[in-house]
Design a protein around this ligand. Structure first.
Ligand SMILES: [Mg+2]
Length: 261
């Protein structure tokens, strides 16, 4: 099911391709399964030990409750998110997780139905796609390669690992992208010049924080995918998103809506 703001949909239907660019979340937005993520795909890799998985799950259970707790201030939450991500790196180092394992983990993630065609459409129409993800950049890149969708109009802002002798030693740039700072990414000058004259944004996300990935006076069309606890969350999503896609809606469903006269 797709619920939407009629005015906004009409507005995007009349938007020209050269006015537009896309800002998209990755896990659970371009990929399927609300519970799958690029981080979690590492646990699914048979090369990792049970002890490693247990340690990660313990850490997830400890920190995730803060991420979704509305009684904690944003400032406090950001500090907790930073600690969570530092802890994740510590565990990856402690268990000697290799680059090969990371790259292989990408095969445990798959695209949402229609993502491949959506990205192809964007590529053929030269619409820049900026992926902003609190997940793992190396895995996102590999999923795009596996799906033969690693087009040159796609720009990934995510957490890329730093390796030494094939082993993870940290994170590139020492700057974590976590769920609460996705609106603060620093885009490259190259990308800045590419999107300079594009004043409209198609924003795609699957949690409420994602809706804030773009915050400008630009025209932003927000599409939210809500695949879990739909009944209790739909009103909230409708407040944050112009179009809410539920029940594992595909990109074909979205395209049909946007092409509807
Ligand atoms: Mg997501």
């Amino acid at each position: 099911m797709i619920v939407y703001n009629k005015e906004k949909v009409k507005n995007i239907q009349t938007t020209l391709y050269d006015e537009l660019y896309v800002i998209s979340d990755f896990d659970g937005t371009l990929t399927k399964g609300a519970d799958n993520s690029s981080w979690a795909s590492i646990f699914k890799n048979p090369n990792v030990s049970d002890e490693f998985v247990q340690e990660c799950v313990k850490t997830f259970n400890y920190y995730h409750k803060f991420e979704i707790d509305n009684d904690i201030s944003t400032k406090e939450k950001i500090e907790l998110m930073k600690k969570w991500y530092q802890k994740n790196i510590k565990i990856l180092k402690q268990f000697n997780i290799t680059r090969d394992t990371i790259i292989e983990s990408a095969k445990y993630l798959s695209f949402r139905y229609g993502t491949k065609d959506f990205l192809k459409d964007m590529y053929e129409n030269r619409i820049p796609v900026v992926i902003v993800s609190a997940g793992v950049g190396d895995i996102i890149e590999q999923v795009l390669i596996n799906e033969k969708s690693n087009y040159d109009n796609i720009y990934i802002y995510s957490n890329f690992f730093k390796y030494e002798n094939n082993k993870i030693i940290g994170i590139r740039d020492n700057n974590f992208i976590h769920p609460l700072n996705k609106n603060e990414i620093i885009i490259s000058n190259d990308l800045k010049s590419i999107i300079l004259n594009r004043k409209k944004i198609l924003l795609l996300g699957n949690n409420l924080y994602d809706s804030g990935m773009a915050n400008s006076e630009n025209n932003i069309f927000r599409v939210g995918f809500l695949d879990k606890n739909v009944e209790e969350r739909i009103e909230e999503y409708k407040a944050f998103y112009d179009i809410v896609c539920t029940g594992n809606s595909s990109f074909f469903d979205l395209k049909e809506l946007l092409n509807k006269k």
